[in-house]
Design a protein around this ligand. Sequence first.
Ligand code: ZN
Length: 285
Amino acid sequence: MRLANLEGRLALRSGDGYVDVATASGGRFGPDPQSAYALWPEFAAWVRDEAHTGDVMPITVPDAGLEWGAPVPSPRQIFAVGLNYRDHAEESGVAVPDEPPVFTKFPTSLTGHLQDVTLPEGSVDWEVELVVVMGRTCHRATRETAWQHVAGLTVGQDLSERRLQLAGPIPQFSLAKSYPGFSPLGPEVVTLDEIDDPDDLELGCRLENGEVLQKGRTSNMVFDVPELITRLSAVCTLLPGDLIFTGTPSGVGGGRTPQRFLAPGETLVSWVEGIGTLTNRMVAA
Ligand code: ZN
């Protein structure tokens, strides 16, 4: 299944259009897109058994007039992992980690597909990432059971203002990566049954003029998704609807000589194979 946030309402992909979940389920699920994850086992069963069987499904075909929101708009926790691809650790000038460096992106930084991002002063960099959406409460998961706690996967950008990130005595990732709009997400959350090999997906980002900025494969993660879930849940309780930004491959602007950052008017196009393409335009404050 593929889930979106259209006009602030939970929408289920059906062919070229979407079913409004609250309407189709008679109010049992939705309309808040976040609510699907709180009731994930029941919701997934409803989609499997009933969502497509009725003949009164209202279908909405997205067009330029429809507003996309983050498909997971209000997670209780957002985990993000730094330096999780060897080539990105190298371009950052640091050793490949033996323990994942973890920070948060505050939920007010989330935004959706086709939403503008206002650039603050400083040096705003791109980081395309595979984002994991949790579907079940999980503490002390094992590698073998880790994927069973996942609702689906989506595309994310971990936009980062490098000047603030690197100012002060130690880097402060969470604040510098949490300006409004600094966590574009979507367009859709895709469940694992629609993905051939969730451990090996091409991901990348480019500018709208076609220039490729980043391109990699999730199979090159230092800590793969089961390992991240195992290590995060060894400490924290992961909750349904939580997000994990799993790190970025090489090609960020801060790792270049000379360095290069996003400018007003540029449009960033981010993709993960089999999951989707997320488009966001940068605008001046
Ligand atoms: Zn990142």
